[in-house]
Ligand binder design. Sequence first.
Ligand SMILES: Cc1ncc(COP(=O)(O)O)c(C=O)c1O
Length: 393
Amino acid sequence: MSGLKASAIREILKVTEMPEVISFAGGLPAPELFPVEDFARACQEVLAEDGPAAMQYSVTEGYLPLRRWVAANLLETIHLRCDADDVLIISGSQQGLDLIGKVLLDPGDYVVLENPAYLGAIQAFDAYQARYLNVATDDDGIRTDDLARVLAQAPQRPKLLYLVPNFQNPSGITLSLSRRQEVIAICDRFGVPIFEDDPYGRLRYSGEHLPSLAALAEGRNSIYMSTVSKTIAPGMRVAWLVIQDRGLYERVVPAKQAADLHTSSFTQRAVYAYARRPGVLDAHVKQMLPVYARRRDVMLKALGDLMPDGCTWTHPDGGLFLWARMPERVDTQELLSMATTSKVAFVPGAPFWVNRDVRNTMRLNFSNASEEMIVEGVRRLGDLVEGYLARAR
Ligand SMILES: Cc1ncc(COP(=O)(O)O)c(C=O)c1O
């Protein structure tokens, strides 16, 4: 554990807690969109219908009606065919990253990551002393030519390829359909399981939904994970792993049991009581989409209008983030330390790069601030970068 570094995100939260700061740093959904009333009704139903059971200890695998709902919902939304028996309810996707790390990784084992990669995954795998092989990405996601090269040259067979194929955190980029098929074929060839983390798949604002890798691979050699954090609310801490390899599933269950016995009986039932009402979750997601789409568009336009020459950024089709690249000489970590006076926060990109070797990128969240705040925040950011460049000249 002494190898674990203090979380960069936690450091950033210190800045965002200062008054008057406009924050693009967190990954927070918009709290005004949380379905508070419908969820209150669901909680009352749980207590009225099966109060004592909802307050009792329960099985590690999760509440069976919720697992059945997850299986049916995955078939409907991403065409992934699985049984309730393949579904393990977990306490947030973050727990899934830890559990898969705990079960699959011995010290020194290799994990293949897209570069840049989700910081929370790097932190989870770091705790098991993983080593990383990083694969280059472009506007279509992980580059399959580089993946094939990295796997062919790997010093030993990697235990996992971990990726976020839809509206990736941090880049906002989506893996194209042809690449998805190529990734599956390459991983099949090299015998490397795919761990697909999909918290954002339902938050698509433009373009067509793409099939999940797990669905394309028909569950073979794959682990799929999703969560209610971005569709209902992150405070629920309810998510799921889908593991069709029985042997692996049976190893992950005791790992979870050792960690927390089970995910909250009450919350699982409340999520189920909320989601079982036909159309309620779909209607909720449908009303979130235009709000987030507008915020994304407002941020893209403000960046175009207000950022200095030489800055570029991604144009995500969904999710919560976009990824900006400053001129080469900007160090965004240093920029953030100056941001306390400009009162705008962002996440410096370096910790998302597997070797921390790229200094001039940043992650910007567009879901949490209002449209007016987004424009004002980007104005502050533009001024900040301009001031930095003037000084660095
Ligand atoms: C790619 C990815 N995986 C996992 C998580 C953690 O999600 P959860 O709230 O389900 O733990 C996040 C949260 O931002 C994420 O972006």
